[in-house]
Design a protein around this ligand. Structure first.
Ligand code: DC
Length: 210
């Protein structure tokens, strides 16, 4: 079974997907962590981020794995390093590279060959798993999303800077040539602006019939 969840940054997708996966006793698959992991590798190895060819060559040979819901880069669990501002900033343009998306999508599909998942991202309901049994699109205003990120206390940026960064990423994510963020026709749309995480989970669980 695949439960697919898409939506822009800061809508609570990861938190919600994790809770739903726990409730259903299946795997939480965070697709953004693959783009973030590749970005971390590129930065660590000082690959020119303007050179698509180099980026692709690098990504193709990168040892990237997903074990116990954590991203493993060259054998190292790097999950705790993936939400630094610098990774958030660079992962968005890097994820716009079409061939790089194919590399990530192949890895995501491979994981679901053996297990049921709750997978969240930007193009999960539309491109990666268009035949997913359950599809959801989580949304919220950029004001609310920036407030949530700010309150998490994981960023060094001010509220206004976070809001601007979120809007910049939205712009890139919605205008990608392939895998752009959009609402699948058959997805349940949930505006989370005024909802708690528990309320969002309740709506999603209410739609899933086991
Ligand atoms: O969900 P996230 O913020 O961790 O994702 C990090 C970046 O990766 C984000 O800028 C968009 C991109 N991404 C994507 O293009 N497609 C996905 N399925 C997931 C994430």
């Amino acid at each position: 079974m695949i439960v697919a969840i898409d939506g822009p940054a800061g809508t609570g997708k990861s938190t919600v997907a994790k809770i739903i996966a726990e409730k259903l006793n299946i795997t939480f698959l965070n697709s953004g962590s693959f783009y973030r992991g590749i970005t971390l590798g590129l930065l660590r190895d000082k690959i020119d981020l303007n050179n698509e060819e180099k980026i692709l060559e690098y990504a193709e040979n990168l040892d990237l794995d997903y074990v116990n819901e954590h991203l493993i880069l060259n054998g190292e669990d790097v999950n705790h390093l993936l939400h630094q501002d610098i990774i958030s900033e660079h992962s968005s343009p890097i994820s716009a590279i079409v061939e790089l998306r194919n590399i990530v999508n192949k890895k995501l599909r491979k994981i679901t060959e053996k297990q049921s998942v709750v997978c969240e991202g930007r193009d999960i309901t539309t491109v990666v798993f268009p035949n997913a049994e359950y599809k959801f699109y989580l949304d919220a205003t950029s004001e609310v999303r920036a407030k949530r990120r700010f309150n998490q206390g994981v960023s060094d940026l001010s509220f206004e800077e976070i809001k601007a960064a979120i809007e910049k990423r939205d712009e890139i994510d919605k205008n990608k040539k392939v895998g752009a963020l959009k609402i699948a026709e058959d997805a349940t749309y949930i505006d989370t602006s005024l909802l708690t995480i528990d309320e969002v989970c309740e709506i999603i669980i209410g739609k899933i019939h086991l």
